[in-house]
Design a protein around this ligand. Structure first.
Ligand code: UDP
Ligand code: MG
Length: 311
């Protein structure tokens, strides 16, 4: 009998966990021919999430949990889930039911019968999301599409079902700065995309502030393309060329018309403008350097404080 592990990252989700457990229970009935493992990852929650998990684990042996020593972020939680999961197939699902569990049987069938290695999902709408958040998300995917060779799909969720082979390859990407949406694309394999309309949270509220998302998007860009470095270099060349022609122009004009000292305001503007460009380019460089620095420390991606996986 096949075994499916469902990884559920949770951060302060005490209300959502029981609702999720009920919903996935119904899905499990539809998947009567497979064994299910529910792997909750407690990402340093400050509420009673861990207690909920322990209680579920006590009454249902399909429930496993891994609890972190502090909040390491969803990326770390997903990585931990992947490394602890024992199933032949592994799914990642949010606890807030924004990733409909009803899709799981269909995903499983696609892998078993149609021979895909992975079935992923994407939202075709962003209904119920703040408009500026959607706007910046769209811009981000547009930019990534142009800058990076790795396929990163607009509206892609982390919700997907993968084969054991796919998971093992993902686990080999042990980088510290993780951007899973890119990593999934990077490993390749045949992926089928299912589409669905955005669903609103079952309980609690989103854990992603605008700032957190912005930082995450920089992670995505720095992690999957070095194009910004090239853009900085081209910008340098462009300004050298402009400066060259400007110098020629000034020399010729001075020779022809003499040299009244003028142009102080324009000079200041140019200096400030170029100073800005230089700082901007240094910032880009610094971002790559910082990521390299963090990566060379080889710190663990997460620290597990408590688990019942090996019991
Ligand atoms: N999450 C997590 N660690 C964090 C932030 C979020 O494990 O630091 C989990 C959260 O519990 C949820 C999932 O990641 O299961 C998605 O988070 P959320 O629903 O807040 O994000 P959104 O759906 O709004 O993008
Ligand atoms: Mg959510």
């Amino acid at each position: 009998m096949d075994k499916i592990s469902v990884i559920v990252p949770c951060y302060n989700e005490q209300e959502a966990i029981p609702i999720f457990y009920n919903a996935i229970g119904k899905t499990a009935e539809a998947l009567s021919d497979v064994e299910l493992e529910l792997l909750f990852v407690n990402d340093g929650s400050k509420d009673e999430s861990l207690k909920e998990m322990r209680e579920l684990a006590a009454k249902d042996e399909r429930v496993k949990y891994v609890s972190f020593s502090r909040n390491f972020g969803k990326e770390a939680a997903m990585y931990a889930g992947l490394s602890y999961a024992s199933g032949d197939y592994v799914a990642i699902m949010d606890v807030d039911l924004q990733d409909p569990p009803e899709l799981l049987p269909e995903m499983y069938r696609s892998i078993r019968e149609e021979g895909y290695d992975c079935v992923a999902t994407r939202r075709v709408t962003r209904k119920g999301e703040p408009p500026i958040r959607s706007f910046f998300a769209r811009r981000f995917y547009g930019l990534m599409h142009r800058l990076s060779k790795t396929e990163i799909v607009d509206g892609a969720r982390d919700y997907r079902l993968m084969t054991r082979q796919f998971v093992d390859e993902l686990l080999r990407l042990g980088e510290y700065n993780r951007f899973s949406k890119g990593l999934f694309g990077w490993v390749g394999f045949e992926t089928k995309w299912l589409e669905y309309e955005n669903v609103e949270r079952s309980a609690g509220e989103t854990k992603w502030s605008f700032w957190k998302l912005l930082v995450y998007s920089v992670e995505g860009i720095v992690g999957f393309t070095t194009a910004p470095l090239m853009i900085a270099a081209f910008m340098g060349i462009f300004f050298c060329v402009v400066a060259f022609f400007a110098i020629c122009f000034i020399v010729i004009r001075t020779l022809l018309y003499g040299d009244p000292v003028s142009g102080w305001p324009s000079m200041t503007c140019i200096i400030v403008f170029l100073g800005g460009i230089q700082l901007f380019c240094m910032g880009i460089l610094g971002e790559y350097l910082a990521k390299t620095y963090m990566e060379t420390k080889r710190r663990p991606i997460f620290i597990c404080k408590e688990t019942n996986v090996h019991e």
